[in-house]
Design a protein. Structure first.
Lengths: 330, 298
């Protein structure tokens, strides 16, 4: 009789994979789905299963991997529609009952072959934020010294291994290739928050002003969800916005939108939807205001135009008092 | 069941049919509620861009009010759900932060102890009422009607704050509800994506592409309607659908986007008017006609 340990070692699980293939050499590029089945050790990752496929079933399957320990960031791909590092994804967690796994290359990036995407898009975004320290002075003596806490503050973003998962699943990049993307913005934050950097204001202004900058994020949280290293890019983008506003960047619809929202709740306890739309468009921006008109008229005809005089929460003076106590504190 | 009811700004503003249909459905189900008329807006994640702590204080104030009443909060909006869940998550895991927030509430005689739960009507129907009991209130099965789910980002992410692990039915709540009324789920990848509403006033071109892609794809897959627990998604996917479809796809707006209580109400045999279906921008006439043509039981 084998003992329990041996029995466990002998066990295997059956993994069913449906892989999206692409061969650029095949008459100008052919895409197809291919199904595989392999038996692997119960502790195996999705990457282990794909390697098994490549070694035992189909040597033509192209994928990229190196460290197998979620350090190198090479093996990003979509598992059941969501970007993951497959070396960090155990089969048992994503297919507990032997379900077929749908494997695709990452999104929003150019596919080279099968599961391999080009990193050109990713790094062209990263380059836009000048991802290196730019101090404005040379210390009189010795090195640039930064406090321990200021470095700890950067840990989230410094954990980025540039795997591209956040870029893959970004809902803005899906419709707008010009968006700078979550990875680059998280990288930019790492420099605006670094006390040794001398270009904080310029960086914030650039990301505030440029098309496809910080205000184009929809706050959908996909990047937070798929990031395998806890960088939480969207949270960094929110901090960039707060910093940009504090640094005096008040020229964007994004700023007016946030400001209007903040003040509407301060004044009424509730959101004034009509005012928010007009404030965001800009009171003097005639083309944008005219653009709102047909929507307003259509809503009015259906009896659902938001009230022109905003609803207020009952006893809304209490909310005003709260705002005061928080604002006084800071 | 009894809840501290937080309908949210949009149900009281730009989507009044959501408020009306929710009350009608809750009444039919015998769900008691006390509306939190003094509560402030959640901030929708937008106010938080300027001042996260201010947002947390406003939400904790609402939690404290419900806690005093000894009731869980019910919301009608994915965004309210998500923003409240995140605020609740932050203060519950950090007692020092909670104490700091409570300091600001003391003037109003409020203190939050951390016991309030926040539940969207969709989750309450499944977790508190139960789909089997819900089905007993239906007078017709919406057989043959194809419904595409559209969750709204804040109902699905981040899963830790939304407590998906402790409540595994939340991941498929909308599909389960559609099946409970007898409808077919039109599944599509966009169901957990962004509707584009948050950037409507910031980058309208991108927002319109999102509206056109989601409604167009669902329609191409055979959907009769889209169902959403989020009135913000509704405002964009319904209100801006004519513009988006014309601008991006060169076709016409043809996919009604209905609220969760409207779907339930159709299965309960409620009228178009009770459910406010005539208030939609994209016509709901065809789905009302389809539903009314189905056999009813007493």
């Amino acid at each position: 009789m084998p003992d329990a340990k041996q029995a466990t070692e002998q066990q295997t699980i059956n993994v069913k994979l449906k892989v999206k293939r692409y061969d650029p050499a095949d008459s100008g590029g052919k895409t197809w789905w291919q199904e595989y089945e392999v038996d692997v050790h119960p502790d195996s990752t999705v990457l282990d299963s794909l390697i098994e496929v490549r070694e035992q079933n189909d040597g033509t399957l192209a994928m990229r991997c190196a460290c197998r320990a979620s350090i190198c960031g090479s093996c990003g791909m979509k598992v059941n529609g969501s970007a993951k590092l497959v070396c960090k994804t155990r089969v048992i967690d994503v297919a507990p009952n032997g379900e077929q796994l749908i494997i695709e290359p990452m999104g929003n990036q150019h596919v080279v072959k099968d599961l391999v995407v080009s990193l050109d898009t990713f790094f062209s975004q990263i380059k836009r934020v000048e991802p290196f320290l730019q101090p404005d002075h040379v210390p009189a003596q010795g090195e640039y010294i930064a406090s321990n806490s200021s470095m700890e503050n950067l840990l989230t973003s410094m954990n980025c291994i540039m795997c591209g998962c956040c870029v893959s699943d970004c809902t803005v990049l899906e419709v707008d290739a010009n968006f700078i993307g979550p990875a680059a913005l998280a990288k930019a934050w790492r420099f605006t928050e670094d006390p040794r950097d001398g270009k904080r204001d310029e960086r914030l202004k650039m990301l505030n002003d440029e098309d496809g900058g910080m205000w184009d994020c929809t706050r959908c949280m996909k990047c937070v969800d798929v990031c395998p290293k806890g960088v939480a890019p969207m949270d960094r983008i929110m901090e960039l916005r707060e910093a940009a506003i504090k640094a005096g960047n008040t020229n964007t619809p994004g700023y007016h939108h946030t400001e209007s929202f903040y003040n509407s709740v301060k004044k009424n306890g509730r959101l004034d939807e009509t005012r928010l739309a007009i404030d965001s468009a800009g009171w003097t921006n005639l083309p944008r205001l005219l653009d709102l008109a047909p929507i307003g008229i259509a809503a009015m005809r259906k009896g659902k135009l938001p009230p022109l005089m905003p609803h207020k929460s009952e006893d809304n003076q209490k909310v005003k008092d709260l705002y005061k106590s928080v604002e006084d504190e800071s | 069941m009894k809840y501290a009811f937080y309908p949210g700004c949009v149900a009281r503003g730009g989507a009044p049919e959501l408020y009306d249909s929710a009350l009608a459905v809750m009444d039919r189900l015998g769900i008691e509620h006390v509306e939190l008329t003094k509560a402030a807006c959640t901030g929708a994640g937008v106010l938080q861009e300027k001042n996260l702590k201010m947002g947390d204080i406003l939400n904790v104030r609402t939690f404290a009010m419900a806690e005093q009443m000894g009731l869980p909060i019910m919301v009608l909006c994915s965004t309210c759900q998500g923003v409240m869940s995140q605020a609740n998550h932050r203060v519950k895991k950090d007692p020092e932060y909670l104490a700091e927030v409570n300091k600001h509430l003391a003037a109003e005689g409020l203190e939050y102890k951390g016991t309030t739960s926040v539940k969207h009507l969709l989750w309450a129907l499944i977790e508190d009422i139960g789909l089997e009991k819900l089905k007993e209130t239906f007078t017709r099965e919406l057989t043959g009607m194809n419904m595409a789910p559209f969750y709204g980002c804040y109902m699905v992410r981040p899963t830790d704050a939304l407590e998906f692990k402790a409540n595994p039915t939340r991941e498929t709540s909308l599909e389960d509800l559609i099946e409970s009324v007898g409808g077919n789920v039109t599944d599509f990848a966009g169901k957990t994506a962004c509707c584009g509403f948050p950037i409507l006033f910031i980058n309208q071109a991108n927002s319109m592409k999102m509206v056109a892609n989601h409604t167009g794809t669902a329609k191409d897959l055979g959907a009769d309607a889209m169902v959403t627990p989020c009135p913000l998604c509704h405002l964009n996917l319904d209100g801006y659908q004519p513009k988006a479809r014309k601008q991006v796809r060169g076709d016409k707006a043809d996919l009604p986007v209905i609220h969760v209580p409207q779907l339930i109400g159709l299965a309960m045999g409620m009228s178009e008017k009770t459910l406010g279906l005539q208030k939609h921008i994209v016509s709901t006439k065809e789905i009302v006609r389809k539903a009314e043509a189905l056999p009813t039981r007493v």
